[in-house]
Design a protein around this ligand. Structure first.
Ligand SMILES: [Zn+2]
Length: 90
């Protein structure tokens, strides 16, 4: 239409998989937090393509981080799972 496309990136950001080196479009949120650092109100989000969804999930789960995969359009604002390190102390 002759209009410059500059500025469109803010609205139509392509959401690319967070896996290093992967350039595929993400279809999933990998919601996680590090209970040693983050309180229960914190949720970190990685983006994942179909191929790396399980990889990223397992990577975090192997570190005992609470992790939940959700569709890209439905990020979580809260994670279930273990309590914070502080509250687990006797
Ligand atoms: Zn990927």
């Amino acid at each position: 239409m002759g209009l410059p496309v500059i500025g469109f990136d803010d609205e139509l950001t392509e959401q690319v998989c967070s896996r290093a080196g992967c350039t595929l479009l993400a279809g999933w949120n990998v919601n996680w937090r590090n209970p040693r650092i983050h309180g229960v109100e914190r949720v970190k989000i990685w983006l994942a393509c179909d191929e790396h969804r399980d990889y990223l999930h397992d990577y975090l789960e192997a570190r005992d981080f609470p992790v939940v995969v959700s569709p890209l359009s439905r990020p979580l604002d809260r994670l279930p799972g273990p309590l914070t390190a502080e509250t687990r102390l006797p």
